[in-house]
Design a protein around this ligand. Structure first.
Ligand SMILES: NC(=O)c1ccc[n+]([C@@H]2O[C@H](COP(=O)([O-])OP(=O)(O)OC[C@H]3O[C@@H](n4cnc5c(N)ncnc54)[C@H](O)[C@@H]3O)[C@@H](O)[C@H]2O)c1
Length: 340
């Protein structure tokens, strides 16, 4: 595809956290591209995560359907003459994946495989590029690593059902590349944060608890570390890979910025206090049971995208966190007003 923008991009999962932010960031950059947002509206997803002026644009369309509905998918691809697909849709809840192992693996693997079938085996053959959104979790735990996980040499080694389902999707995609010439590129991303994330995830959930002066439930010793990347930075990286990534290749997307969950909680606590003009107090914690296996760290090498496309994160964490928390505070205040 070189540097040219697609005529019509199908965004799967565009009513979720990253997909909707991706549309909001990219829509006005890709001025000649039509956007079709294909989402089944799982828990926490909303068509209104996409900005109102985009929803009203003739270049934008929302289709409420599951990827497993192959007939609808085939029709939508053909009717809209889609030439690029960016595949965000997935069941993404790591904690729930331990209790619904079969559901998570079935949903993610079957919906991804159905999408691949529609791209390579339906009558419509117009898709020239699939951009698959994967995760650093496919590499598994990095706690003992002295060198970061690298796309070329580090093998997938997932440790939880969600990560296993995402690794399985990658393998199915690779098999379609070999057997059916599926034109794909793939990204594996660190943790992403920003507005419009489902309320059960750490930053929105702990912001609400901070507002309510409640203790923070922390798993295990709270010393697990994560690298956090602002959603607008990751959207830019995805666009670069979508336009310039080499077919059949994987690109790690990440940031050197890393902190423990307990440090992050303290930062959320202090930021909420600051934004609410409250005195800063000591946060209180409630220990909760840990995951059956809890990866302590994801340590990835993202020099490939940096060297090939000049991309790196530009949003300082404290700045991104401030914007994110400000968004959730306003959302909670609006919800409280609506509830009377
Ligand atoms: N959030 C992160 O930190 C992170 C990090 C790395 C990778 N990822 C990956 O990025 C992608 C997006 O993650 P997110 O955090 O925005 O998740 P999300 O749960 O907020 O959004 C997922 C969206 O997919 C939709 N969906 C799920 N199954 C579907 C199906 N069968 N058909 C149609 N729509 C379906 C949901 O309704 C939802 O809108 C996922 O593939 C995830 O694995 C996320």
């Amino acid at each position: 595809m070189g540097d040219s923008q697609p005529s019509c991009v199908l965004i799967t999962g565009g009513c979720g956290f990253i997909g909707s932010n991706y549309i909001n960031v990219t829509f006005n950059k890709w001025q000649n591209t039509r956007f079709v947002n294909y989402d089944k509206l799982a828990y926490g997803a909303s068509p209104n995560h996409v900005e109102k002026d985009i929803q009203n644009s003739p270049r934008y369309k929302f289709v409420e359907a599951s990827l497993e509905d192959q007939q609808t998918l085939n029709r939508v691809l053909a009717e809209n003459e889609v030439d690029m697909v960016i595949h965000f849709a997935a069941i993404t809840h790591v904690d729930e994946s331990y209790s619904d192992r079969i559901g998570t693996i079935r949903d993610n693997v079957i919906s991804t495989t159905t999408l691949l079938e529609s791209i390579v085996n339906s009558n419509y053959k117009g898709v020239t590029r699939l951009v698959h959104i994967s995760t650093d979790e496919v590499y598994g735990d990095s706690f003992a690593d002295v060198t970061p996980k690298n796309e070329a040499v580090s093998l997938p080694n997932p440790t939880n059902p969600y990560a296993a389902s995402k690794a399985a999707c990658e393998m199915v995609i690779r098999s379609y590349w070999h057997s059916y010439k599926l034109p794909y590129v793939m990204v594996r991303m660190n943790n992403v944060y920003g507005p419009r994330q489902i309320q059960t995830k750490l930053i929105p959930k702990f912001t609400k608890l901070a507002l309510e002066n409640k203790p923070y439930p922390l798993m295990g010793d709270g010393l697990h570390t994560r690298s956090w990347m602002y959603v607008e930075d990751c959207s830019e990286a995805i666009s670069r890979v979508a336009l310039d990534g080499k077919l059949g290749e994987i690109y790690n997307i990440g940031t050197e910025f890393e902190m423990t969950n307990i440090e992050l909680t303290r930062m959320i606590h202090a930021t909420v206090n600051k934004l609410m003009n409250r005195d800063n107090t000591e946060p209180s914690f409630t220990p909760i049971p840990d995951r059956p296996y809890h990866d302590r760290r994801y340590y990835i090498d993202f020099s490939k995208i940096k060297n090939a496309m000049g991309w790196e994160c530009t949003t300082p964490f404290n700045e991104g966190l401030m914007k994110t928390i400000d968004y959730y505070i306003k959302l909670h205040q609006k919800t409280a007003r609506l509830q009377g």
